[in-house]
Design a protein around this ligand. Structure first.
Ligand code: PMP
Length: 358
C-alpha cells in the first residue's frame, strides 16, 4: 500500500496504527455486530469509549478534578465566542495577545460581545510579557499557543499572570508538555493532533465559569455540556472514538514528552535545511518558530510552481501555504513520521541543487 508523505495543515495525517484499528473495527465493533458509528451515543459501547477517552486524556495531561474536560462541536471557531460568554459578563474587559490570523479571529469574535483589549500585536514573533500593555480588571488573557498559518509558537507560557490564562492550542495540544494548572482554559479542535475534524476539546477550570446571561442560549453554556457529560445533544461519535484511539497511541508511544522530543527534532532538521539554503527562507524570529507548522517561501515565481508540481511527483502532498499568505507550509503534527520529513528534506535539497546549483 502506498501512502503519501502528507503535510496537510488540518484535517491532517492520523497515526497509521489508528487508521488500521478503525478499519478493523468499522464493520463489527468488538463483536457487537455493528459499527460504533451505527449505535446510539447513549449505548453501553459508546459510553464506555466516551468515559475511557476522557480518563485517558486526564491521565496524559495530568488534568485535575478542578477542570471539566468537554468534547464539543463547532470547532475552535465556536470557542472564540464561548470563551468570552462563559468567563466574563457584559461590559467586562478581556485581554488578548495578537500574534497572527487565529488570534485576530478570536479577538474579532470577543469584541462582538465584550470589551476586548489587545495587549500587543506581532506577526513573526511573540512580544515579551513585560512589554504588554495590560488592561485593568480583565477577566482573562487569551493567547494562541501556535499560529498554524504563519508558524509562530509559544515555547514558554507567561507565568504568574494576575488573571487566568486562556490558550487556543488547536495546533499543538498533545505535542508538548503543558502544565494544565497554569491555565484557566485550554481549547483545541481535533483535526491536527487529536483526531478527525468535528470535535473540539475544552479543558476549563470549573470555578471560572459564570452563569450565562439572560437571552444567551443554553447550548452556549459550558456547564450544560459538563452536566450532560458532553452529551447535551448528539456528539460526533466517530471523531470522539478516533480521538480515543489517538490518545491511546500517544500514551503507548511515550506520552507528550516523547511527542515533544520528536516534534523538536523533526522541525529543527527542516529549519536547518531552510537556513542553510539560498532558495528557501523563513521569516519567523527563530526563538518563536513553530515545531508544528514550518513555513517557507521561494522568491522566484516560476520556481514556486515547479516546486509544487515536482513535490507532488515525489509523493509529497499538501505543502502549499495557507491561501491568505501563500508560500509553503509543512505541518509536522504527531502522526507525521520521520520518514516523511526525511523525504521532504531530500526533495528540497535536490530541487535546490538542480535549480540553483547549490
Ligand atoms: N485556531 C487555530 C490555531 C487553528 O489552527 C484553527 C484551524 N486551523 C482554528 C482555531 C479554527 O478551528 P476550526 O476550523 O476547527 O473552527
Amino acid at each position: 500500500m502506498s501512502r503519501a508523505f502528507n503535510f496537510s495543515a488540518g484535517p491532517s495525517a492520523l497515526p497509521l496504527p489508528v487508521l488500521r484499528k478503525v478499519q478493523e473495527e468499522l464493520l463489527n465493533y468488538r463483536g457487537t455486530g455493528t459499527s460504533i458509528i451505527e449505535v446510539s451515543h447513549r449505548s453501553d459501547q459508546f459510553l464506555e469509549i466516551a468515559h475511557r477517552t476522557e480518563q485517558s486524556l486526564r491521565e496524559l495531561l495530568a488534568i485535575s478534578n478542578d477542570y471539566w474536560v468537554l468534547f464539543m462541536q463547532g470547532g475552535s471557531t465556536l470557542q472564540f465566542a464561548l470563551v468570552p460568554l462563559n468567563l466574563s459578563r457584559q461590559g467586562e474587559t478581556v485581554e488578548y495577545l495578537c500574534t497572527g490570523e487565529w488570534s485576530s479571529k478570536a479577538i474579532r469574535e470577543a469584541a462582538r460581545v465584550r470589551r476586548a483589549h489587545v495587549v500587543a500585536t506581532a506577526t513573526n514573533n511573540i512580544p515579551s510579557p513585560s512589554s504588554w500593555n495590560r488592561a485593568e480588571n480583565s477577566r482573562y488573557l487569551h493567547v494562541t499557543s501556535n499560529e498554524t498559518i504563519s508558524g509562530v509558537q509559544f515555547h514558554e507560557f507567561p507565568s504568574n499572570l494576575d488573571v487566568p490564562l486562556v490558550a487556543d492550542m488547536s495546533s499543538d495540544l498533545l505535542t508538548r508538555v503543558v502544565d494544565v494548572s497554569q491555565f484557566g482554559l485550554i481549547y483545541a479542535s481535533a483535526q491536527k493532533n487529536i483526531g478527525p475534524s468535528g470535535l473540539t476539546i475544552v479543558i476549563v477550570r470549573k470555578d471560572l465559569c459564570r452563569p450565562l446571561e439572560e437571552g444567551d442560549s443554553e447550548y452556549l453554556n459550558y456547564r450544560a455540556h459538563a452536566d450532560t457529560q458532553s452529551m447535551y445533544n448528539t456528539p460526533n461519535t466517530f471523531a470522539w472514538y478516533v480521538a480515543g484511539l489517538v490518545i491511546d497511541w500517544v500514551k503507548k508511544s511515550g506520552g507528550v514528552e516523547e511527542m515533544q522530543r520528536r516534534s523538536v527534532e523533526k522541525a529543527s532538521r527542516l529549519y536547518e535545511v531552510i537556513d542553510r539554503s539560498n532558495l528557501y527562507s523563513n521569516t519567523v524570529d527563530p526563538r518563536f518558530r513553530s515545531t508544528m507548522n514550518v513555513t517557507f517561501s521561494i522568491e522566484d515565481e516560476t520556481l514556486r510552481q515547479a516546486f509544487l508540481s515536482e513535490a507532488e511527483h515525489a509523493n509529497i502532498k499538501h505543502i502549499r501555504g495557507h491561501r491568505m499568505v501563500g508560500g509553503f507550509r509543512a505541518s509536522l503534527y504527531n502522526a507525521v513520521e520521520w520518514e516523511s520529513v526525511r523525504a521532504l528534506i531530500r526533495f528540497m535539497q535536490e530541487f535546490e541543487k538542480e535549480r540553483v546549483g547549490k
